[in-house]
Design a protein around this ligand. Structure first.
Ligand SMILES: [Zn+2]
Length: 231
C-alpha cells in the first residue's frame, strides 16, 4: 500500500543474481490475482528472475523495495511470489505527510513488520472510510472511501517461527488489511463500486501494458537462461 503523498517510482529492470530491490508486479499480472500459499520461515524462496533466497533475505529485500518505492506495505505476490508473506511499516510522522519528504524514509521508521501466514480478525466491525488508499502495483491511483475494519487483531508467524498476535487500529489496521488482501488475490479497487475502476480505465490500461512488457521481458530472460549457464 502507498500513502497518498508517496508517488511510486518505476523499478529498474534487471534480472539475475541477488537483487538490491525487486521489480514491482503491476495491475494485470496474474500473480496478483492468485491465492497465495502458506510458508515456513525455513523455506527457500525464488523470486522469478533471481537466485534462491531465504525467507529472511526476501523479507529484507522487500522492506528495501518498499522504502525505495515510498510505500507503507508490500505483499509477496507484488514481487511475483505467491506466498503468504507481507512487510509493513509505521512512520514516525504519518500525520505530517508534507514534512520530511527529503529525509530518507528509513530514518523515519517507528516500527517494521514482517508477517508470515497472517490472519486478520475484526475487533470492531464498524467500517472506517477515512483514509486515502493507493497500491504500489497500481501506481498513481489513489481513492478515498475504501471500507476497512477500524480495529483488528493480526495473528501471524514471525521470522523466528514464533506465533504472534498484535492489535492495530486506524491507518495501521488499514495497511494490514490491504496487505492481507493481496495474499487472497484482492486489490483495493475491488472494494469500491465498479464505476471507480471504470473511471480509471485509461490509466489502468497503461499499467496493464507496462505489466505485459515486464512479463515478456521476464519470459525472454528465462528462455535464454540456459544459454548463459552454458557460457
Ligand atoms: Zn497493494
Amino acid at each position: 500500500m502507498t500513502a497518498p503523498d508517496f508517488p511510486a517510482a518505476p523499478a529498474p529492470l534487471s534480472f539475475g543474481g541477488t537483487p538490491r530491490i525487486y521489480p514491482m508486479r503491476l495491475y494485470g499480472d496474474p500473480v496478483l490475482r492468485r491465492k497465495a500459499r502458506p510458508l515456513s520461515p525455513g523455506d527457500t524462496l525464488q523470486v522469478p528472475g533471481f537466485a534462491p533466497q531465504t525467507v529472511r533475505e526476501v523479507a529484507d529485500t522487500m522492506l528495501e523495495t518498499m522504502f525505495e518505492e515510498r510505500g507503507v506495505g508490500l505483499a509477496a505476490p507484488q514481487i511475483g511470489l505467491p506466498v503468504r508473506l507481507f512487510v509493513a511499516v509505521e512512520y514516525a510522522d504519518d500525520e505530517e505527510e508534507h514534512e520530511g519528504q527529503d529525509k530518507p524514509l528509513r530514518s523515519r521508521v517507528l516500527r517494521e513488520y514482517v508477517m508470515l501466514n497472517p490472519v486478520v480478525k475484526a475487533l470492531d466491525k464498524k467500517k472506517d472510510r477515512s483514509y486515502q488508499e493507493g497500491c504500489l502495483s497500481i501506481p498513481g491511483i489513489y481513492e478515498d472511501g475504501v471500507p476497512r475494519m477500524r480495529r483488528v487483531s493480526v495473528s501471524y508467524t514471525d521470522l523466528g517461527g514464533q506465533p504472534r498476535t498484535l492489535e492495530a487500529e486506524d491507518y495501521l489496521a488499514r495497511v494490514f488489511q490491504h496487505e492481507a488482501d493481496h495474499l487472497d488475490g484482492k486489490l483495493f479497487l475491488d472494494h469500491l463500486p465498479a464505476v471507480v475502476t471504470e473511471d480509471h480505465r485509461r490509466e489502468l490500461l497503461k499499467i496493464q501494458q507496462a505489466s505485459k512488457n515486464f512479463l515478456s521481458h521476464l519470459a525472454h530472460w528465462n528462455s535464454t537462461a540456459h544459454l548463459r549457464e552454458n557460457l
